[in-house]
Design a protein around this ligand. Structure first.
Ligand code: UDP
Length: 489
């Protein structure tokens, strides 16, 4: 038993989306480098995509050679590997809601019954899953819930009952006045809450996931959050009074260089040589992440606005950006007209591109990983949120931190406004306010990751607390965890 206490064995299940797999792989590596054994479980579909994109058959092989104990398994998400999850979002989410837990449960049981050592002691799983506390309880594991978005978004979902009670969610005519009663959140306008909280019909599959997941998270023994205490101090302090909540971000690949563990779901185009030919700070990086879709009309306005702006750009244009049924949505002749002014690619190693000195701005959908990566590279943001947490993330970036500006003020975007705001952000005169602010933010992130920084201290404290609770539990009956977190409302 002594050995188990020294070396916890975590079974780690990331949410099967790029923006969740990335910070999960990097957290797994971080924990392994602090002495954990980790068994990382990807879905067949994620595994298939990563290995097809990188030609690696065991994604953790290289990191294992460096001495870390990370084992790897795959499970079905309930759908065939070749199923188009991007085109059939609701069916995909329904599989995660109804079917995935059975596959995870079987996998966890298999690992435990194999007699592997050290004996698994905790389940680390994404907070968006609807089942981990039950699975963990069944097998006598501690449940560590991993939240890969800002603490502000976590607390909005955690207090969904309070939002409903106050008429800010789930009413036919929801209130439009500011929300000012959530602990640790001074004030937030309803239009800055997540897309799901702004919809009056709460019956979608994603709503069901959120409701169930935030019930399940109340059974977590620990919550880890990929944010930084100094960035969201009041919100995080308020959450800490309700549960063992640890901000441990930003969780990046070691040294912020291309990870030894491949994570990209698409093969990466290399734009380094092209970027090398451009002056410092002159290129706009454009990407809307791995999953969000843009309407055909908006895409044409953005493309034409970029053309009008006369700024050079790298544009990550996924084949399914509008829909996998519309793989080439750019206006005809667009690429030719731009010539050497742009590089349009299906995917890249984003951190490598953002870190290149020629990059001076990022037109982004406001995915949380993208924001953290951009801050790290001191690249100011042009914000075009599309759905889910991206509206709330935009508020943090533009209204609170002032490290970015909005792409357009109204929902309907126009080429003229796109062009004007691209020029505004990229110009030294007008963009320097954001550039100066982001330097200060980078310092906070850097400080948080120092040995005496908040995130490093929080991670070490979590490990200490986890080990202590495992030790304590070894005397109790199986699945008899008492230290559950309480109801948020
Ligand atoms: N990313 C990448 N290459 C690209 C575009 C994105 O490696 O061409 C990575 C990016 O660095 C980030 C993740 O994919 O880590 C996207 O996560 P984010 O939270 O920004 O957005 P999501 O895809 O979840 O909407």
């Amino acid at each position: 038993m002594e050995e188990t206490h020294q070396k916890p064995h975590a079974i780690f299940v990331p949410y099967p989306l790029q923006g969740h797999v990335n910070p999960s792989v990097h957290l797994a590596i971080k924990l392994a480098s602090k002495g954990f054994t980790v068994t990382f479980i990807n879905t067949h579909s994620i595994h298939h995509q990563i290995t097809a994109a990188s030609a690696a058959s065991d994604i953790f092989a290289a990191i294992r050679e460096s001495g870390l104990d990370i084992r790897y398994a795959t499970v079905s998400d309930g759908l065939p590997v070749e199923f188009d999850r991007s085109l059939n979002h609701d069916q995909f989410m329904a599989a995660l809601l109804h079917v995935f837990s059975a596959h995870v449960e079987a996998a966890v049981e298999g690992i435990i019954q194999s007699g592997t050592t050290p004996e698994p002691s905790c389940l680390i799983a994404d907070s968006f899953f609807v089942f981990p506390s039950k699975v963990a309880k069944k097998f006598g594991l501690k449940y560590v819930s991993y939240w890969t978005e800002p603490a502000l978004v976590f607390t909005l979902y955690y207090h969904i009952g309070l939002l409903r009670l106050n008429g800010h969610f789930g009413c036919l005519e929801a209130r439009e006045d500011a929300i000012n009663y959530i602990p640790g959140v001074k004030s937030i306008n309803p239009i800055d809450t997540t897309s799901y909280l702004q919809e009056s019909d709460g019956s979608s599959v994603c709503h069901q996931i959120i409701f169930k997941a935030f019930e399940d998270v109340k059974g977590a023994d620990f919550v880890l959050c990929n944010s930084v205490q100094e960035l969201e101090l009041e919100t995080i302090l308020a959450l800490k009074t309700k549960m063992p909540f640890y901000s441990i971000g930003p969780v990046f690949p070691i040294g912020f260089t291309k990870s030894l563990v491949p994570t990209s779901l698409w093969s990466e185009s290399d734009c380094t040589q092209w970027l090398d030919t451009k002056p410092p700070g002159s290129v706009l990086y454009v990407s809307f992440g791995s999953y969000a879709h843009v309407t055909h009309d908006n895409l044409v306005e953005i493309a034409t606005g970029l053309l009008l702006s006369e700024v050079s750009f790298v544009w990550v244009l996924r084949a399914d950006i509008v829909s996998s049924e519309d793989p080439d949505p750019l206006p005809s002749g667009f690429r030719e007209e731009l010539g050497d002014r742009s590089m349009i690619i299906p995917w890249c190693c984003q951190i490598q591109v953002l870190a290149h000195p020629s990059i001076g701005g990022f037109l982004t959908h406001c995915g949380w990983n993208s924001i953290l990566e951009s801050i790290w590279c001191e690249v100011p943001l042009l914000c075009f949120p599309l759905y889910t947490d991206q509206f709330t993330n935009r508020k943090l970036v533009v209204d609170d931190w002032k490290i970015g500006i909005n792409l357009c003020d109204k929902k309907q975007i126009t080429r003229v406004e796109v062009s004007r705001n691209v020029s505004h952000l990229m110009s030294k005169k007008t963009g320097d306010n954001c550039r100066n602010e982001i330097k200060g933010m980078k310092k906070r992130l850097e400080n948080a990751l120092r040995p005496d920084g908040s995130s490093e201290i929080n991670l070490d404290q979590f490990i200490k607390d986890l080990k202590f609770s495992i030790q304590k539990k070894s005397g109790a009956t199986l699945g008899g965890n008492k230290d559950r977190i309480s109801n948020g409302t």
